[in-house]
Design a protein around this ligand. Structure first.
Ligand SMILES: Nc1ncnc2c1ncn2[C@@H]1O[C@H](COP(=O)(O)OP(=O)(O)OP(=O)(O)O)[C@@H](O)[C@H]1O
Ligand SMILES: Nc1ncnc2c1ncn2[C@@H]1O[C@H](COP(=O)(O)OP(=O)(O)OP(=O)(O)O)[C@@H](O)[C@H]1O
Ligand SMILES: [Mg+2]
Ligand SMILES: [Mg+2]
Lengths: 251, 251
């Protein structure tokens, strides 16, 4: 069975997509078979890897309109595939509200895909609504990207409350894979304070790897490439490679 | 009547809250009476100004549970007041879905407040859901904070489509106040490319003022102060003061 990992944080712009895309690529370059499901209607993961959900994607996956095989697209990295998303997915959050088992649509849809991959990744939108709840219900681990900024601290307790609620009712198997510091700027006191405070409080749930701010990570998506193809020697690529080793070891 | 300005962009972490909070403070320091309505359940605008919505805020405002006077809190800047938010507001997005006039709850609630202020600001969450639609329906102008990053470009066309839809059906008086470049880093090619591309395409809808990346803007919220109180001489404060002059002139 695939290890299912969801990337969640309702705070916007903290590095969910950048982490899902580049950690996935690092694992694929290391020989793992990885499927990334873009579950954000913004479709930033999709465009980061040159994929387009207009002809079918994660909305069609959960509504069963098309079989999964027709929705999976290749990336430039062998062994790394994507179920893209599109704006259609925004409609699902409203359409599913009154359905029974509305939190299990994604989990059920992924059941057929488990044997074909080593890792199933899920990228979520910046909210704690039904799409993110589907992601938390479908996954066995949640990775929490945390920008080294003050507002990031504010939202963490609400996110952990939501995770505990999902663990209690919808998905008891869900564990916290770890908190990942992103966009760390060694020159600022703010970055260091956030890392110190969160590490003190959540000592065993923090990844050793810290992702520094690196403009190459922001440039890569405009070339539809993960960082390992765009600039494999830069600090952004090396950091996500180190994270991939840490994630693979956690087992 | 107050000038009602909404800060909207479904892309996360682009500077909606930072712009609403500090532009509001700059106008108040210049003698204007400003009310900031925090319409994001994350309540980042509220905490930035030392306010707390637990005893009542924007959820109670739109549901009519408490009169507006009991919901308005003062800030450290004279003439600058806030209707805070809390996690209760996240419930409204689901509760209102089946109500008639569900897009007008905020607009109707603000009608009593128009005469007491020069500016009514509305901070929105990172989504195009019902809370943001309420914000767009209640406002006469929308300011679009745009981070100088690639993903920011991706989302702009979807945001403008939503604004046009709101103008066509819910709020014909809504105009685009302007696109504001935020977190501009003069050292990176990426920042310059984004500014060039957007300015070429939207020439007359782009503010002359560009907000640079400035760590002081990220530090100020942890002291519950707008930048004009935390560090009035820094480039972040001076940029938002320049933006305030530009907004006041657009009239
Ligand atoms: N370590 C980094 N260094 C520099 N830029 C980064 C880094 N990580 C992410 N970025 C950039 O910061 C912006 C926000 O990151 P990203 O879009 O991955 O966050 P997100 O949490 O997925 O956002 P959303 O909440 O909108 O889904 C993007 O433009 C991205 O390219
Ligand atoms: N010009 C700037 N320079 C440096 N940091 C900034 C700047 N503007 C905003 N920030 C910081 O970047 C982060 C994102 O900004 P902010 O929270 O205002 O964006 P937002 O669009 O309101 O996010 P969300 O989508 O989650 O509501 C915050 O931690 C903020 O302090
Ligand atoms: Mg994202
Ligand atoms: Mg905000």
């Amino acid at each position: 069975r695939a290890r299912r990992i969801v990337f969640a944080n309702q705070k916007g712009g903290v590095g969910k997509t950048t982490t899902a895309v580049n950690l996935g690529a690092a694992l694929a370059v290391a020989g793992k078979r990885v499927l990334l499901v873009d579950f954000d209607p913004q479709a930033n993961s999709s465009t980061s890897l040159g994929c387009d959900g207009e002809q079918g994607g994660s909305y069609e996956l959960i509504t069963g309109v098309l079989p999964p095989e027709e929705l999976i697209q290749h990336t430039a990295v062998p062994g790394y595939e994507v179920v893209p998303s599109s704006i259609n997915l925004a409609g699902a959050a409203v359409e599913l509200v009154n359905q029974s088992r509305r939190e299990f649509y994604l989990s059920d849809a992924l059941n057929d895909l488990d044997t074909a991959y080593d890792y199933l990744f899920i990228d979520c939108p910046p909210s704690l609504g039904l799409l993110t709840i589907n992601g938390l219900t479908a996954a066995s681990q949640v990775i929490i990207p945390l920008q080294c900024e003050y507002f990031a601290l504010e939202g963490l307790s609400e996110l952990l409350k939501t995770i505990r609620r999902v663990q209690g009712t919808l998905n008891p198997a869900l564990t916290v894979g770890g908190i990942l510091f992103t966009m760390f700027d060694v020159r600022t006191r703010l970055s260091q304070e956030v890392v110190r405070e969160v590490t003190e409080f959540f000592r065993h749930q923090v990844f050793r790897t810290i992702i520094p701010r690196n403009v190459r990570l922001g440039e890569a998506p405009s070339y539809s490439q993960p960082i390992q193809l765009y600039d494999p020697k830069c600090i952004g690529a090396r950091s996500y490679n180190a994270l991939a080793r840490e994630v693979a070891q956690h087992g």
